[in-house]
Design a protein. Structure first.
Length: 578
């Protein structure tokens, strides 16, 4: 057996046995139906998918892969211990260290005489990277890092850092190889990810390692990750790690200079520029950029045209339809304008946690519950656009359908930061349909912010009253592979000693109405039968089952928003039609 095949089979065996956290609480047998599903079709051996299923009770089950004649071609799970209700695990299309054969198959679950089946297609084996090793775990900013690997086939090797910054992209041959890059990252611990992609676009499972970057003694200023970057950059919106606890890094990104597009005409903040595929006016459009408020990353600056990167701000009526896609293209250099943002305050919106983080004078000052955009098949443009923006004007209250949205601040054309909306009935403001959704995606693209004061006395009214022009707002993309930390079971929360409707993250929450709050652990909160709900004012972390469900949806290699993924497939066609 050749070396690479032995290594491959070992890796496949290990990956096939990886468990997935199973969110949800057990239910009585008569309440649960038996079903099975796979997160992707086709299944490409060597590339993990999530097998999820529901069973009526605790015990063990078998899951087999059957051919068109009903014969077993693979034992996906044997005597697997399960609990009543939802269960899930990773499977990478292998059995006994070998890729299962291609073709139309059936995945069958058997438990206590009950069965459930789902059709699945097994495709060709995906490319794989094995024996990935960096020549160093710690590096000084600007120094070279070399990574060795074994590729099962030839293809394009991509090395990324952080949340997607490309460090290197180079063709490689099958077999043993090395790749090297000069480290452009800011000081800190960075996850570095390698992916192998063959000609048909099929990619390997990402292989990661952590690279610790130390500050150079010479005072070297790190540049943003990526090829062809011009000049030096301090840590900014495009290079900052998505770690809200790293206050120094986040504050540096919030106060760094912003580059926007501006043609000098009035009402720039509600007009858009087409991002071109090539540096010429008749080139195809690949995205749109809102002038005046949307920050862009300058990769190359030329006399007439400049290469930039940003998230496409396509709305339903934009000249180019490409929903919140991270695009790289060309704009006229004369449109570029640098703006210094508010140096006293800034905001971070995290679409994964659905929280708005308020920073003041270099420190995380407070946290508020929000709702960003929720897509659907007819409205993929509901997705709140990611990247960096400036709050450029007070809009005030406005109607959206039958809802009234108070205290709005403009940050991206029609997308506004505003108070959670209400409907009016018999002279009363009714918030039930929107306030209960804070902490989850629910809007049409705007960012809804809580109206109830949190323990620090902050809400949307506070933000509106403290508004200063050109306050920066970073909107972090909910990249697949990001995870929300789950608190330890002994972490302490609080609840009202007599009215136990909510649990709180602060003993000074204004919703508690008690000077003697009762302590409760996170384990007790997450136990079966606990009816306490997260407080809508102080916004504590969700219970364990809810966090596990989110983390499974955002697991590496999955797709938490298939609606938006499918809509983006039509974008090139729509571009040609317009």
């Amino acid at each position: 057996m050749t070396r690479w095949r032995a290594l491959l089979l070992t890796a496949l065996l290990l990956a096939a046995l990886m468990p997935v956290a199973a969110p949800g609480r057990p239910a009585r047998a008569e309440e649960v139906e038996t079903w099975i599903a796979v997160s992707a079709d086709p299944v490409l051996p060597g590339q993990s998918v999530i097998v999820s299923f529901s069973v009526p009770g605790d015990g063990t089950c078998d899951i087999d892969l059957l051919d068109e004649n009903g014969a077993v071609v693979a034992k996906v799970a044997e005597n697997r211990a399960v609990t009543a209700g939802y269960n899930a695990f990773y499977w990478n299309g292998t059995w006994q260290g070998r890729a299962v054969s291609e073709g139309k198959r059936t995945l069958r679950l058997v438990m206590n005489g009950k069965t459930a089946e789902t059709a699945v297609t097994i495709g060709a084996m995906a490319p794989c990277l094995l024996s990935v090793t960096a020549d160093r775990e710690t590096v000084t900013v600007g120094k070279r890092v070399s990574v060795s690997f074994w590729a099962t086939e030839g293809g394009m090797l991509t090395v990324r850092a952080g949340e997607g910054d490309v460090l290197l992209e180079t063709p490689v041959a099958a077999g043993e190889g090395t790749a090297a890059f000069d480290c452009p990252l800011a000081p800190g611990a960075w996850p570095v990810e390698l992916v192998l992609t063959r000609e048909d676009g099929t990619s390997s499972e990402p292989v990661s390692f952590t690279l610790t970057v130390e500050k150079a003694a010479s005072g070297f200023t790190p540049v943003s990750a990526g090829d062809g970057l011009e000049g030096g950059y301090t840590l900014d919106a495009w290079t900052v790690p998505m770690d809200i606890t790293d206050e120094e890094a986040v504050w540096q990104a919030l106060t760094a200079t912003v580059t926007v597009l501006d043609d000098g005409r009035e009402r720039a903040q509600v007009r858009q520029v087409v991002l071109r595929k090539e540096p010429r006016a008749d080139s195809d459009g690949i995205g749109t950029v809102t002038m005046g408020s949307q920050g862009v990353r300058v990769l190359e600056r030329g006399e007439e045209w400049s290469k930039i990167q940003c998230y496409s701000s396509s709305f339903h009526d934009s000249p180019i339809l490409n929903w919140n896609a991270l695009v790289t293209g060309w704009v006229e250099t004369g449109l570029l304008k640098e703006i210094t943002p508010n140096q006293e305050m800034g905001f971070v919106v995290d679409k994964l946690t659905q929280r708005l983080y308020v920073f003041r004078e270099g420190k995380l000052y407070s946290t508020l519950l929000i709702s960003t955009g929720l897509t659907n098949k007819k409205q993929p443009y509901n997705e709140t656009r990611s990247g960096e923006f400036l709050l450029v004007s007070r809009v005030g209250g406005f109607y959206s359908d039958n809802m009234f949205c108070p205290r709005a601040l403009r940050f991206n054309d029609g997308d506004l930061l505003h108070e959670v909306p209400y409907v009016e009935r018999d002279g009363k403001k009714i918030y039930g349909g929107t306030e209960s959704k804070l902490g989850t995606k629910a809007s049409h693209g705007c960012i809804r912010v809580q109206r109830k004061k949190n323990p620090e006395g902050l809400n949307m009214e506070w933000i509106f009253n403290c508004y200063r022009e050109n306050t920066k707002i970073l909107i972090w993309e909910d990249w697949q592979g990001r995870q929300i930390p789950v608190p330890e079971d002994d972490a302490v929360f609080w609840c009202h000693p007599t009215k136990k409707e909510y649990y709180h993250c602060s003993d000074h929450c204004p919703m508690m109405n008690s000077k003697k709050p009762q302590q409760i652990t996170y384990g007790e909160l997450s136990a079966e039968g606990s009816k306490l709900k997260a407080c809508p004012a102080c916004g504590p972390v969700p219970k364990k089952s809810a966090l596990q469900e989110i983390n499974v949806a955002y697991a590496a290699g999955g797709d938490h928003d298939p609606v938006l993924t499918e809509a983006r497939k039509d974008c090139p066609k729509k571009l040609k039609e317009r």
